[in-house]
Every structure is written in structure tokens, then in C-alpha cells.
Ligand binder design. Structure first.
Ligand SMILES: Nc1nc2c(c(=O)[nH]1)N[C@H]1C(S)=C(S)[C@@H](COP(=O)(O)O)O[C@H]1N2
Ligand SMILES: [Mo]
Length: 302
């Protein structure tokens, strides 16, 4: 990637690097070439080797209620969203509160590909090759103060560009939150792209959270505010239906949603007659994250 002092939104993703690695990993000889040189080229130990969904699937079946509640509404309407320039307000219990320009953030963090499983609470799933950086890098930039225990996030509210703001009955902005240790976990990323493309607007451009062991609604899109706090933040789905959506929302096949089972999932792109996949504890990230919840009753803290 050609280095520039000021990165623009369109410069975020190193297309050439990505394509080279994909080409090496594909094909017959590619399997061995990829194994030998993959790590040198930056393949993350956190990536799954499951087959990713296509770009088309990832960017055409979405939940982004600011653009409507249908799965196709975000792809239909999100082109109206302006994402350049973009800044993130970081406030609350930090040493350096203020408005952080996206270009300035991206100039300081190191980004890489993370191929993650993605499991929506509605019991469908995908595998998505995100591009982005660990949230910890952003929090360290702002300097988290010792009393902080949680991180709260907010999505942009721009009625002129987001038709769902007027038509969908949610107390905007869309809000999410994590415990500080969840936010600092290396699996937790701020994603800026998918495949070799800047983040599609329907997927939450230019900056969205990805927490792969939690239900998809925790992965808040188009973030404009990050607040460090000592109180558990209010979160949109919990505010709407606290009986159905808890603060933690860890993927857990043993804790059913009040209206459906979470034991299995429908894999998007698998075809109409594909067998449902068994849902894994913490969406398959148990080894990495179970320790965060040691001693907690996960049926109570759902
Ligand atoms: N701001 C905002 N973020 C959001 C949502 C939303 O409606 N608004 N939907 C959530 C839900 S329910 C899911 S499953 C994921 C979907 O992400 P994707 O469209 O990139 O697959 O976004 C999450 N983030
Ligand atoms: Mo979801």
C-alpha cells in the first residue's frame, strides 16, 4: 500500500496485498504456499479457516435498521450515507477525550484481515473476512482511566440519509456496550473493510464493531461515539425487549431465545435445503473467551 500522510476512506484497504495472498492460497500449489508463507504475509491466528461467504452475500443480506427493517433495505438505501469525512467522539473516563478524525486513527493503528464466524440472534450465520484493527488500539490511544469498567458505543443519526430513523420505532441512536475486558480482548475489532473493499455502507461504513463470540446485534455499525464509563451502558435491543436480549448476548446454544431455539443456525449461502449447522458455545471462540466469564451464570447473564 502506498503510504500517504493523510489516508482517505478509499485508501483504507490494501487491495494488492489482499489479492496476492488470496491468489497464493487458492489453487493446488497454493495450499502449501499459503501454509508456508501465510503468517509472513499477516494471516491472523484468530482467523477461521472456514470458507468465507461471498462479497455479494455479505453485502446484500443485512440488518441496519437505520435504513429499514428488511434484509434488503440496507443495500437499497445505504448508498445515501455520507462517510467522508468521519470522526469519532471519544469521551467519558479517558485521559484524552475529543473528536478523533478517522484518517488520524487509521494512520496510528495497524490493520489486518480477520476471517470470523458471524452469528445473528435470529439464528442465521455467515463467515466474513473483515479488515480492521483491534479496538484496544483505539482505547489505548484515548487513554482509559483506571475506574472505567465499560465501553458504550453509538451509531450516527442522520435523518436525511437514514430513512429508518423516521419509520422504525427505536430510541435512536442505536447503542451498544461491552465490559472493558471484552472490549480489550484481541478478538474484538473495529472493522473498516470486507474482502479487498472498504466497508460497504450497508455493513456499517466506515467503522463498525465486530465481536465474533456475541450475537450480531452487538456489532454496532457506523460508530460516531465511544464512551468509557463505570456503569453498564444501555443497549438498544435490551431497551426494546430486556426479556429477550441481555447485555452480554454471548452466543450460547443452550440458552434459547424466548421465541426460538439457539441450538442450530441457518448458514447463509448454503442453499434452501442445506442442513442447519450446530451452534457452538461462544460461536466457536470458547477457548479464547470462556475465561472472561468464569464463575458467571450464563443463563442469568444472557
Ligand atoms: N447501527 C446499527 N448497527 C447494527 C444493527 C442496526 O440495526 N443498526 N443491526 C445489528 C444486527 S441485528 C446484526 S445481525 C448485524 C448485521 O451486520 P451485517 O449486516 O454486516 O451482517 O449488525 C448489527 N449492528
Ligand atoms: Mo442480528
Amino acid at each position: 500500500m502506498a503510504y500517504k500522510n493523510v489516508l482517505k476512506y478509499s485508501d483504507v484497504t490494501p487491495k494488492a496485498d489482499y489479492m496476492n495472498r488470496r491468489q497464493l492460497m487458492g489453487g493446488a500449489a497454493g495450499l502449501f504456499a499459503g501454509m508456508a508463507i501465510g503468517p509472513a504475509l499477516g494471516a491472523s491466528k484468530y482467523s477461521t479457516d472456514a470458507k468465507p461467504n461471498t462479497f455479494e452475500e455479505i453485502s446484500s443480506y443485512n440488518n441496519f435498521y437505520e435504513f429499514g427493517t428488511g434484509k434488503e433495505d440496507p443495500a437499497r438505501h445505504a448508498h445515501q450515507l455520507t462517510v467522508d469525512p468521519w470522526s469519532v467522539q471519544i469521551d467519558g473516563m479517558v485521559d484524552k477525550p475529543g473528536s478523533y478524525g478517522l484518517e488520524d486513527i487509521l494512520a496510528k493503528v495497524s490493520q489486518e484481515e480477520r476471517i470470523y464466524r458471524f452469528r445473528c440472534v435470529e439464528a442465521w450465520s455467515m463467515v466474513i473476512p473483515w479488515y480492521g484493527f483491534e479496538l484496544k488500539q483505539l482505547l489505548d490511544m484515548a487513554g482509559v482511566q483506571s475506574g472505567a469498567k465499560y465501553v458504550a458505543f453509538e451509531t450516527l443519526v442522520r435523518e436525511e440519509e437514514m430513512p429508518g430513523i423516521r419509520s422504525v420505532n427505536i430510541d435512536w441512536p442505536y447503542r451498544e456496550g461491552l465490559r472493558l475486558d471484552e472490549a480489550m480482548h484481541p478478538l474484538t475489532i473495529m472493522a473498516t473493510g470486507v474482502y479487498d473493499q472498504p466497508m460497504p455502507k450497508q455493513n456499517g461504513a466506515p467503522l463498525r464493531l465486530v465481536v465474533p463470540w456475541k450475537y450480531g446485534f452487538k456489532s454496532i455499525k457506523s460508530i460516531v461515539r465511544v464512551t468509557l464509563t463505570d456503569k453498564q451502558p444501555q443497549t438498544s435491543w435490551n431497551m426494546l425487549q430486556s426479556r429477550e436480549y441481555g447485555f452480554y448476548s454471548n452466543v450460547n446454544p443452550e440458552v434459547s431465545h424466548p421465541r426460538w431455539s439457539q441450538a442450530t443456525e441457518r448458514t447463509i449461502g448454503g442453499g434452501l435445503f442445506a442442513k442447519r449447522k450446530e451452534t457452538l458455545m461462544f460461536n466457536g471462540y470458547e477457548e479464547e473467551v470462556a475465561g472472561l466469564y468464569a464463575g458467571m451464570d450464563l443463563a442469568k447473564n444472557f
